[in-house]
Design a protein around this ligand. Sequence first.
Ligand SMILES: N[C@@H](CCC(=O)N[C@@H](CS)C(=O)NCC(=O)O)C(=O)O
Length: 220
Amino acid sequence: MHPLPDNGRNSPDENSQMTNYKLTYFDIDGGRAEPIRIALHAAGIDFEDERLSFAEFGEMRGGTPFSALPVMEIDGVVVTQSNGLSRYVGKMAGLYPDDDLQALYCDEALGALEDMLHAIVPTFGLQGDELKAAREKLVDGWLSTYIKGLGTLLERGGDYFADNRLTVADLKAAGQTAWLRSGALDHIPADLVERLAPGLVKHQDRVLADPRVVAYYSSR
Ligand SMILES: N[C@@H](CCC(=O)N[C@@H](CS)C(=O)NCC(=O)O)C(=O)O
């Protein structure tokens, strides 16, 4: 239980200011839950950060509404969908635009980043030549389309995707840029983002240097 921070975005209702949050995701510093974790920390909200191994998730998979993570329990009520959760927590953290058009830009980036993940995920579990062919097809096709498109969205926004300031879209983008650049994905060149949308690389550095992001990782 915790008092929500007084950032002018919360209901003044006394009851709404004592809420239990439990976020369940894999035990990785990244992925779909990371923007939610960072935003919860930035909002000063205590939460239970449940981290499951892949084996543990395998055992309880059917226990989540869509057999997937993250899930968040808000006073015991289970809620899914990472982008919706990022928006919800982002509003409490001051990491989501108040202006409707800027909110649309933020949502657009969140949606495109999610689509990019959905293009990559079907290659998980493939092996050998099959994996190589699928990943090369991605690099020649959809993955490059998404990277270039996200670079264009960022150019429109300037230093950030929306509202000229850090939002949850930037947190999600920086995580995915880091992942693509890490070399962890076989047959996806680690310099692909740099070649197609160098602005996203500078953006990743900018986001990682933000005091709220630095404070989150210092707390880990
Ligand atoms: N639309 C959902 C997608 C959730 C999702 O696919 N999560 C992945 C991990 S990031 C998962 O749990 N996959 C289960 C599996 O691959 O078995 C969201 O954004 O939260």
